[in-house]
Design a protein around this ligand. Structure first.
Ligand code: NCD
Length: 305
């Protein structure tokens, strides 16, 4: 039995296969419409979500399966003090696979160690968000035609943004990726990631100004300032509008640069950018469904039956 805790749990070759499958599912939905008939996905979300939870549920429905679950800690027995270990032991007998989001780093890993069904980390605190990374990689591969040989700027809350942490780790495995980290001093990439890049001799720079680096970028990954992970509201208010991507900044970018964002967006991308052909964030959310379909199919071992 296999879980997904970290994007590195799949090798580069396995990811290629997963993305090919996701592209095939996009093109031939009928072929897969009944392949999870009789199977159930549990979504256990102890933290708010729109895209991740609903795209998991849509993915399972597209495969002909069923879904059950809860969307907040308040509406589950966590509110009565039940541990994640106990919850997953019980859910193991109700469902065939589980997607779990939790505010505590490592909680899905604890669940996986107790589970009799595959567990997918759907975001654990400020740590990892592997299925967002699968979504990001599939989007880049599908729209740019390649993974690797590009300069990517990651902008915003690089300290608390779990999607950023997972994406950097995943991109380290591809050739010719140059990272430009764009953040205020207070929201820089954590040291453990910088250490990782240094140990692998990977090219990176850290800057504060977005304008300054805009012309160099092939990809711009914008992020929301993660209010819920701040220790005080004043710091959040001071930093929340540090970057706002607008039309005039887009004029400085390459004609084929892509703008990605895991969403939800707050103020960091002005709505006037949405009509720019380089704005790919809504398409990215659509890719999230295909990649989660491919992931459920793979972890359930459907093709192998
Ligand atoms: C992200 C998350 O939950 O980390 N959202 C998502 O899953 N698409 C990003 C965010 O909340 O800012």
């Amino acid at each position: 039995m296999r879980h997904l805790m970290n994007p590195l749990d799949f090798s580069v070759e396995e990811l290629d296969k997963l993305f090919d499958l996701a592209n095939d599912m996009e093109k031939n939905p009928k072929k897969y419409a009944e392949c999870c008939h009789g199977k159930k996905l549990a979504t256990c979300f102890y933290e708010p979500s729109t895209r991740t939870r609903l795209s998991f549920e849509a993915a399972m429905m597209n495969l002909g399966g069923n879904v059950l679950g809860f969307s907040s800690a308040d509406s589950s027995s966590a509110a009565k003090g039940e541990s994640v270990s106990d919850t997953i032991r019980v859910i193991s007998s109700y469902a065939d696979i589980c997607a779990m989001r939790h505010p505590k780093e490592g909680a899905p890993m604890v669940a996986a160690s107790r589970s009799r069904i595959p567990v997918i980390n759907a975001g654990d605190g400020g740590h990892q968000h592997p299925t967002q990374t699968l979504t990001d990689l599939l989007t880049i591969r599908s729209l740019k035609g390649r993974l690797g040989n590009f300069t990517i700027g990651l902008c915003g809350d690089l300290k608390f943004g779990r999607t950023v942490h997972s994406l950097i780790e995943a991109l380290c495995r591809y050739e010719g990726v140059q990272f430009i980290f764009i953040s205020p001093e207070e929201l820089k990439v954590p040291d453990y990631i910088i250490e990782l890049l240094k140990s692998k001799n990977i090219d990176y720079t850290e800057v504060i100004s977005l304008e300054e680096v805009m012309p160099q970028l092939d990809l711009l990954y914008m992020t929301r300032v993660q209010r819920e992970r701040f220790f005080n509201e004043e710091d959040y208010i001071r930093l929340k509008d540090f970057y706002i991507l607008n039309k005039s900044k887009m004029e400085m970018a390459k004609e084929d640069m892509l703008v990605l964002h895991p969403l939800p967006r707050v103020n960091e991308i002005s709505v006037e950018v949405d009509d720019d052909p380089r704005a790919a964030y809504f398409e990215q959310a659509q890719y999230g469904v295909y990649v989660r379909m491919a992931l459920i199919y793979t972890l359930l071992g459907i093709g192998e039956e």
